[in-house]
Design a protein. Structure first.
Length: 60
């Protein structure tokens, strides 16, 4: 009794792994960019804007 070869299993698993990995990677990147990065950049820009306004008030 021999076992029949399993064909195409690795190829199907590879596509599943690649698509899930890319999907999770892109989702995580969007979550980081819009949830964390843009908020920190906005806080940084507000800080420099306040600093610039304080400098201009001090010079006037």
């Amino acid at each position: 009794m021999s076992i029949a070869p399993i064909t195409g299993k690795i190829r199907k698993r590879l596509w599943l792994d690649l698509s899930v990995g890319l999907g999770l990677g892109v989702s995580s990147a969007y979550a980081f960019w819009y949830g964390i990065h843009l908020k920190s950049v906005q806080r940084q820009e507000e800080f420099y804007l306040r600093l610039e306004r304080a400098r201009r008030l001090g010079q006037a």
